[in-house]
Design a protein around this ligand. Structure first.
Ligand code: FNR
Length: 355
């Protein structure tokens, strides 16, 4: 994965690289996500028959070869001309889940051509008509669930983007939403972030639990809430009719100082009590990280930046390299811990520093 990342950085435009790699504020949470995995250790069992190791899983109706998925990342043509279509092809080739960002730079229909398991992520805009239109298109293109991101009432303070006066260039613009709604994303602001201006003008900061129930009722598709860290919110999500949740701090890009997702996961999973699937993202870089998340209660584990490193380095093949590598590492880690089934992965096998 480090090799993909180095090759990606070498080819990327510096502002686009900072947009990918950066976090909010002093980037404490960004660092904490990765560091949390380095602090845990795993206790293997021996003399278990691991001739066959089974990583297959089903989540909200999506059948996956491994409990791994691509987290939504906007504007992927910033890093490769094939953008999200290539990412979806890489995910399909490895039997993993593709979650397309609402702000994809490829059309949803193009993303669907890869034919793999696919969900669409949405932010709730003030203009609900746009939202319902996107939902209808996504459904027609075979996206089987919606992921509503709930940690972004305003954009986090992404200092790198402010310093770079970052704006989305024309070649990477959203291909799914009318140019008028997206216009502010393309206007560079000296000493400011075009994305923050866009979020301020278009996202609904008044979003509440009632809106989630409304969306679930109106769309008929499973609604997964992304950006849950508090166990009480997890319980409320179940009550509001969410079909799943993603334990996420947006890859350290929203509240700097928010806890690492690995530290949030156990209590959230406990509160959910298996009633709905729990997904997690943030700082996952190795197969053993996926194993640890599964052991601590996650059903499916998402990666955001790593598939983009693969994309930038080698298009669809690079994405498949990253995702297939993670899957192979997970499978090996299951064999070496004497846990041939995902159900064998339990909290008891993980040692974490007390916090
Ligand atoms: C994101 N993320 C994100 N999340 C979301 O719900 N909608 C989006 O459009 C985006 N866009 C986006 C762009 C970029 C460049 C990054 C890096 C991230 C957050 C993403 O889905 C995920 O939560 C994190 O990336 C997970 O952390 P890791 O795996 O990158 O450490």
């Amino acid at each position: 994965m480090d090799d993909y990342r180095s090759r990606a950085q070498a080819g990327a435009e510096p502002g686009a690289w900072d947009y990918l790699e950066g976090g909010a504020g002093a980037e404490r949470t960004l660092a904490a996500n990765v560091a949390a995995f380095q602090e845990v250790t795993v206790v293997p069992r021996v003399l278990v028959d691991v001739t066959t190791v089974d990583t297959a899983v089903e989540v909200c109706g999506a059948r996956l070869a491994a409990p791994i998925g691509v987290a939504p990342v906007a504007y992927q043509r910033l890093w490769h001309p094939d953008g999200e279509a290539a990412t979806a092809a890489g995910a399909a080739a490895t039997g993993t889940l593709m979650i397309a960002s609402m702000f994809a730079s490829a059309r949803y229909e193009e993303i669907a051509e890869a034919g793999g398991a696919r969900w669409l992520q949405l932010y709730v805009l003030r203009d609900r008509a746009i939202l319902l239109d996107l939902v209808a298109r996504a459904r027609a293109a075979g996206f089987t669930a919606l992921v509503v991101t709930v940690d972004t009432p305003r954009l986090g303070d992404r200092r790198r983007d402010v310093r770079n006066s970052f704006a989305i260039p024309p070649h990477a613009q959203s291909q799914n939403i009318d140019p008028e709604t997206m216009a502010l994303t393309g206007v560079p602001i000296t000493g400011g972030s075009a994305l923050a201006t866009h979020v301020g003008a278009t996202y609904d900061p008044g979003l509440r639990w009632e809106d989630i129930s409304w969306l679930a009722d109106r769309t008929g598709l499973p609604v997964v809430l992304k950006g849950i860290l508090d166990p009480s919110d997890a319980t409320r999500a179940v009550d509001a009719g969410a079909a799943g949740i993603v334990v996420s701090n947006h890859g350290g890009r929203q509240l700097d100082g928010a806890l690492a997702t690995l530290d949030a996961l156990p209590a959230v999973a406990e509160a959910v009590e298996g009633r709905i699937p729990v997904l997690v993202d943030g700082g996952v870089r190795r197969g053993v990280d996926v194993l640890v998340c599964r052991a601590l209660g996650a059903d499916v584990v998402l990666v955001g930046r790593p598939p983009v490193w693969g994309l930038a380095a080698g298009g669809a093949e690079g994405v498949a390299g990253v995702l297939g590598g993670l899957r192979a590492e997970l499978e090996l880690a299951m064999a070496l811990t004497g846990r041939p089934c995902l159900a064998d992965l339990t909290p008891a096998m993980v040692r974490r520093p007390s916090r």
